[in-house]
Design a binder for this molecule. Structure first.
Ligand code: MN
Length: 402
């Protein structure tokens, strides 16, 4: 809640409103399914500086749930002096408990093991303190962190893949990742899962916009998990590689088939070569994106890169060689585009540049030219691969980036 959503420009406010509406849908789903309690596993808020009016609004939404609501602070909204958790609304609202300490809370039907976070980063497992092996009632953990195997390289609160079993928990409710993810044990029983965010946060999320209904009949019984859709907006990415003329029409057709464009944020990722015969279709595609959809990203993100990186390579220009040398003249153009073509005569492999250094690059041999794709340009520059590119012929010939 309270995220800036800068990537969607003037639609940011609409996106923020939808997140609050989605939290009402979470409460409604809990009521409809007669949930005994509602667990929020961290990062309710974007950060501890969000508008205090918003904090109150969220408290008011959660107050509408007739049962108890248990919250742990996450790494975005950790317990700290001046945090959102000091707001009056949490004290005024009797059904809400914000856990600020890692200690068991014995309830009538179960025991909760909350793992509130106190800082943004840590390399410690937040569930390490839990010992629920002797619990007589169903033991339920609430934790926020990064299940091992989804390594990000940051000190990101690692949680073992078998944390629930290790700590003796019947179920470990997880927060931090945006998409629904369950971790089954070898017997196919799921005792830990991420519900994911209740509303999609950004493009590219696999399965966000859900809450999970978790039913546990007793201590040791396998939990039954049912994901419930709570998201309102559809964030859709369409990817398309153009390697031959007239294939863009398929993308237009795909956009035309989207059932509810007014509540869809669409992003078209095109790479390849802009052929002369596709120019009109590209215009049409960008028009559809900007006029029909709640938000369309192709025109904003792609047109410039399309113009810079593709236009040079259409059949209008002379030889692939001249094309390649023009293309590589600007690192800026490369970082803002996802694809560019080079002449097959100029191969970076000839130099001491090793492809293995850089996983983000791909060789595509079925195009008229050799096509290289930067699928994560930011990662390229971050890992210093820019330097390893520099000595190769290709880069030198363009007199390019440093
Ligand atoms: Mn988080």
């Amino acid at each position: 809640m309270g995220m800036r959503a800068e990537s969607v420009g003037r639609m940011a406010e609409r996106v923020r409103e939808e997140r609050l509406a989605a939290s009402q849908r979470v409460v409604q789903a809990a009521v409809d399914h007669r949930a005994e309690m509602l667990l929020l596993t961290g990062d309710v808020f974007e950060d501890n500086a969000v508008d205090r009016l918003l904090v109150r609004k969220v408290g008011e939404v959660l107050r509408r749930f007739p049962g108890p609501v248990y919250i742990i602070p996450g790494n975005h909204d950790p317990v700290s002096p001046g945090s959102v958790w000091e707001h009056m609304v949490w004290k005024e609202t009797e059904n809400i408990t914000v856990f600020t300490k890692a200690e068991p809370a014995e309830l009538e039907t179960c025991v909760l093991f909350p793992c509130p976070l106190r800082e943004k980063y840590s390399s410690k497992d937040p569930t390490a303190w839990i010992n629920a092996h002797e619990a007589a009632k169903p033991a339920i953990g609430l934790a926020h962190g990064n299940v091992e195997g989804v390594a990000t390289g940051e000190a990101d609160y690692p949680i073992p893949r078998d944390a629930a079993a290790r700590r003796g928990l019947d179920y470990l409710a997880l927060g931090h990742w945006h998409s629904f993810a369950r971790y089954d044990d070898s017997g196919g029983v799921c005792r830990m899962a991420y519900s994911g965010t209740h509303e999609t946060t950004k493009f590219g999320e696999r399965d966000s916009g859900n809450a999970i209904l978790v039913e546990i009949s007793g201590r040791g019984a396998p939990p039954i998990l049912t994901p419930i859709r709570t998201g309102g907006l559809d964030w859709r990415t369409i990817e398309h590689s153009v390697v031959q003329p007239s294939s863009l029409a398929a993308v237009v057709q795909q956009l035309n088939q989207v059932a509810q464009p007014a509540s869809t944020l669409a992003r078209a990722h095109l790479d390849g070569i802009l052929f002369l015969e596709d120019r009109q279709v590209l215009k049409q595609l960008e028009e559809i994106l900007t006029s029909r959809f709640l938000f369309g990203a192709s025109s904003r993100l792609r047109r410039r890169s399309v113009a810079k990186s593709f236009a040079v390579c259409n059949s209008e220009t002379s030889s692939p060689t001249s094309c390649s040398s023009r293309l590589i003249c600007s690192w800026r153009a490369l970082t803002s585009c996802r694809a560019f073509a080079i002449s097959s005569m100029v191969r970076p492999m000839d130099s001491n540049f090793s492809l293995a250094d850089c996983s983000a690059w791909r060789f595509c041999s079925n195009s008229p030219l050799s096509l290289w794709k930067v699928s994560a340009s930011r990662r390229v520059s971050a890992t210093g691969s820019l330097n390893s590119l520099a000595p190769c012929n290709l880069w030198r010939s363009g007199g390019c980036p440093k």
